[in-house]
Design a protein around this ligand. Structure first.
Ligand code: ATP
Ligand code: MG
Length: 160
């Protein structure tokens, strides 16, 4: 179905604020008014996973931004950037494996199972999309779901 991006972003923002208890600095941007065709519950869950990871693995003072954009190739991009601890390249390549967690002892109290990103990757591929991760240790990370242009709903003409 057609997913209304403003609705999706509002929902994600609400959940994010509830989860962080008001400590993180959030910026939610909608840079394109194009909507997305997809399985709404799956998209909400995939995007929500990226936002909740950013909250969970970043300190209280970190800023977290979530953006919807359509790039020059016409592909849809949902991305989440945090100013958290970042992930070293040895871990980066294994991050989407099921049950893989970077630092078990440090991650233990955050109570995850290590399934989140495997599910995000699965949902992305079910939409012919891709999950990409860029991260710099000590600086932060960007997680992006790229959707093919066929799934981007072209803007309706105003007088149609
Ligand atoms: P689950 O999502 O199943 O509750 P999880 O969060 O541990 O558990 P994933 O979402 O797959 O599982 O993430 C895997 C690991 O990647 C995490 O345990 C964490 O170590 C690391 N990670 C994920 N997102 C970030 C991030 N934004 N910054 C730093 N590390 C991250
Ligand atoms: Mg997770």
């Amino acid at each position: 179905q057609e997913i209304q991006i403003p609705t999706l972003m509002a929902l994600l923002k609400n959940d994010a604020e509830a989860l962080s208890k008001g400590h993180h600095k959030f910026q939610f941007h909608i840079e394109s008014s194009h909507n997305l065709m997809g399985e709404e519950r799956e998209i909400i869950s995939a995007c929500g996973n990226l936002v909740s990871n950013a909250i969970r693995y970043s300190p209280d003072t970190a800023s977290i931004s979530a953006t919807w954009n359509v790039n020059k190739q016409g592909e849809g991009e949902f991305s989440v950037t945090d100013t958290g601890p970042g992930i070293s390249s040895e871990h980066l390549s294994r991050l989407t494996e099921r049950f893989y967690r970077v630092d078990r002892s440090r991650s233990r109290d955050t109570g995850g199972t290590g399934l989140g990103l495997a599910i995000v990757k699965h949902i992305a591929s079910r939409h012919q999309g891709q999950l990409t991760i860029e991260s710099t240790l000590g600086k932060g990370s960007t997680f992006k779901i790229l959707f093919p242009r066929e799934r981007v709903v072209s803007e309706k003409s105003k007088d149609a």
